[in-house]
Design a protein around this ligand. Structure first.
Ligand code: HEM
Ligand code: MTE
Ligand code: MO
Length: 479
C-alpha cells in the first residue's frame, strides 16, 4: 500500500531524455533519475536504459547488484509500475549473458562475479615467480566472448597498404614468434587501501590485481610493418587503437589505445600474444589473441583482440576517455573533468607485502619473521631495491630480490629500459625484543630512483587508481 502514484509503461517510455526527464523501472518501481545521470560513475551508458527497465543492463553490469547502488536508486523513486505492464516486462526477460563464461579456480577471491573480476590470495601469488594462469588475476568488463579459432580474423586498419586481415594461422606462421616475461597490473590494484581513507568508486581490489606470466606471439611492430607502416605514417598518426570482441548490449566493444611509438619501437616488445605460460591463451585472458603492452597499465592490454587501428586519435572508448585516469585528492565527482587528465599508460613504482598477512600473529619462540612480497615498476624500469621495516618505517633493512623461480637459474638481466617483469623479494629478520606488535612496511626503488609515497591520503583519487603507497601490515607477537 504505497502512497506513490502508479504509472503505465507508456508514461515511463516517454521519459527518455534529459529535456523530458529520464525515468527507469526496476523490480516494478518507477524512478526519475534525471538528476543522477551526470553523476553516474559508469558514464552516459546509463542513458541506454532511459524509459525502460534496468534489469537487463544490470544483468550485464552486475557491479550494480550491491547495497550502495540500490540505496542511490531508492532516492529517486517516484511511483510504481502498473501491474499488467510489469507482467509484460517479466515475460521478455533476457537470458544471462554470462552463461558461457569459463570455469574458474576455486581459490580465487571474487570481487565481482558478472563480469568476472578476481584475484589470488596474496600468499599464493608470491609462491611462484611465474603466476600459473589459473590463479592469474582476472579483470573483465563484459561477458567473455566465445571465439572460434578457425573463423577468427584480426583486422589491421589505418595504414597506407589498405586493410590487412589475418587468420590465427597466418598470425602464427607469417611472423616470428617472440616470447617475453611481463607483469600485468590493473590500475585499481590496492584500491581497498584508498577506500579506507575515503570511499572511492570501483572494485575493491586487494594487493593481488597483479600477476606475472610469459607471453608468446607476433610482435605488433612486425604486423604493422607488414600492413604498410612507414616513417610517413608517424607524421599523421600518434596512436594505435585496439578493439576487443567482447561487447555490451549496444554492440559497443571494449577498447583502448597506446602511443604509436611504443607500438612500433624495437625495444617496446608489444606482442599480439596467442600463448600464455606456454599454452594457448585461456578464455579469461583473451583467447585466441590479446595485446601485451609490457610496462603499461592492464587496461591497454586488450583481450580477445578483433581490430587494430592506427590513428591520429586515441581510442574513443569509455575506458580510454572517462576512466583509468588519475586526479588530485581535491577532485570529486561534482568537479571532475575527464578531459583534463591524460590516460594512464606506464604505471608508477609498486610493491606490497604478501607474507605475513595483515592481522595475523607470529610466535615469540620462532625468534624471527620472514617477510615476502613483490615489486614492479612500469615503463620497463627495473626494481633495484626493496626496503623493509618492522617498526612502521623508523628503521630499515634491504630485502633479497629474485627474478626467477627458486629452483631455476635467474633470468638473464633484461636490457636497460626493458625490465617488464616483477621481482619477488624476501627477508628474514630477528623479532625485536621489546615489541608486542610489528608494523611491517615495504617500499621499492626503481632504476630511475622513483620511490613510493609513504602514505595513501596525498595520492587518494576518486576512482581509486594508482594506489602505490608504502604497504603496511600489522602482526602481533604471541608470547
Ligand atoms: C558503475 C549506479 C544505470 C553502466 C556504476 C556505479 C554506480 C552506478 C554506483 C559504481 C559502482 C561501483 O563501482 O561500486 C547506477 C545507477 C543506475 C545505473 C543508480 C540507474 C539509476 C546503469 C546503466 C548502465 C550502467 C543503465 C548501462 C547500460 C555502468 C557501468 C559502470 C557503472 C559500465 C562501470 C563499471 C566498471 O567500473 O567497470 N553505476 N548505474 N549503469 N554503471 Fe551504473
Ligand atoms: N580487454 C578486453 N577486451 N576486455 C576487458 O574487459 N580488461 C582490461 C584488460 N583488457 C579488458 C581487456 C583490464 S582493465 C585489465 S587490468 C586487463 O585486461 C586484465 O587482464 P587479465 O584478465 O588477463 O589479468
Ligand atoms: Mo584494469
Amino acid at each position: 500500500a504505497s502512497a506513490l502514484p502508479i504509472f503505465t509503461q507508456e508514461e515511463v517510455t516517454s521519459h527518455r531524455s534529459l529535456e523530458d526527464g529520464v525515468w527507469v523501472t526496476y523490480k516494478g518501481a518507477v524512478y526519475n533519475i534525471t538528476e543522477f545521470v551526470a553523476m553516474h560513475p559508469g558514464g552516459d551508458k546509463i542513458m541506454l536504459a532511459a524509459g525502460g527497465d534496468l534489469e537487463p543492463f544490470w544483468a550485464l553490469y552486475a557491479v550494480h547488484k550491491q547495497e550502495h547502488v540500490l540505496e542511490i536508486l531508492a532516492e529517486y523513486k517516484i511511483g510504481e509500475l502498473r501491474a499488467e505492464d510489469l507482467k509484460k516486462q517479466q515475460s521478455v526477460k533476457s537470458s544471462d549473458p554470462y552463461s558461457s563464461d569459463p570455469e574458474r579456480h576455486p581459490v580465487l577471491r571474487i570481487n565481482n562475479l558478472k563480469p568476472f573480476n578476481a584475484e589470488p590470495p596474496p600468499e599464493i601469488l608470491t609462491d611462484s615467480y611465474i603466476t600459473p594462469s589459473a590463479i592469474f588475476f582476472k579483470r573483465n568488463h563484459l561477458p567473455v566472448p566465445q571465439v572460434d579459432p578457425d573463423s577468427y580474423r584480426l583486422h589491421v586498419e589505418g595504414l597506407p597498404g589498405g586493410a590487412l586481415t589475418l587468420s590465427l594461422e597466418e598470425l602464427k606462421t607469417r611472423f616470428p614468434k617472440h616470447t617475453i616475461t611481463a607483469t600485468l597490473q590493473c590500475a585499481g590494484n590496492r584500491r581497498s587501501e584508498m577506500n579506507k581513507v575515503k570511499q572511492v568508486k570501483g572494485l575493491n581490489w586487494g594487493i593481488a590485481a597483479i600477476s606475472n606470466a610469459t607471453w608468446s606471439g607476433a610482435r605488433l611492430r612486425d604486423v604493422l610493418l607488414a600492413a604498410g607502416y612507414g616513417p610517413d605514417v608517424a607524421k599523421r598518426a600518434c596512436h594505435v587503437q585496439f578493439e576487443g570482441l567482447d561487447k555490451d548490449v549496444t554492440g559497443t566493444t571494449y577498447g583502448a589505445s597506446i602511443p604509436l611509438n611504443k607500438a612500433v619501437s624495437e625495444e617496446g616488445d608489444v606482442l599480439l600474444a596467442y600463448e600464455m605460460n606456454g599454452e594457448d591463451l585461456p578464455a579469461d585472458h583473451g583467447y585466441p589473441v590479446r595485446v601485451v603492452v609490457p610496462g603499461t597499465v592492464g587496461a591497454r592490454n586488450v583481450k580477445w583482440l578483433g581490430k587494430i587501428i592506427v590513428s591520429a586519435e586515441e581510442s574513443s572508448s569509455h575506458w580510454q576517455q572517462n576512466d583509468y585516469k588519475g586526479f588530485s585528492p581535491a577532485t570529486d565527482w561534482d568537479t571532475v573533468d575527464f578531459k583534463s587528465a591524460p590516460a594512464i599508460q606506464e604505471l608508477p613504482i609498486q610493491s606490497a607485502i604478501t607474507v605475513p598477512a595483515d592481522g595475523t600473529a607470529v610466535d615469540r619462540s620462532n625468534e624471527e619473521v620472514t617477510v615476502k612480497g613483490y615489486a614492479w615498476s612500469g615503463g620497463g624500469r627495473e626494481v633495484v631495491r626493496v626496503d623493509v621495516s618492522l617498526d612502521g618505517g623508523k628503521t630499515w633493512q634491504v630485502a633479497q630480490l629474485r627474478s626467477s623461480d627458486k629452483d631455476q637459474a635467474p633470468e638473464v638481466s633484461p636490457p636497460p629500459g626493458r625490465a617488464w617483469a616483477w621481482k619477488l623479494w624476501e627477508i628474514t629478520v630477528p623479532l625485536p625484543a621489546e615489541a608486542q606488535e610489528l608494523e611491517i612496511v615495504c617500499k621499492a626503488v626503481d632504476n630511475s630512483y622513483n620511490m613510493q609515497p609513504d602514505t595513501v591520503a596525498p595520492i587518494w583519487n576518486l576512482r581509486g587508481v594508482l594506489s602505490n603507497a608504502w604497504h603496511r601490515v600489522k602482526v602481533k607477537i604471541r608470547e
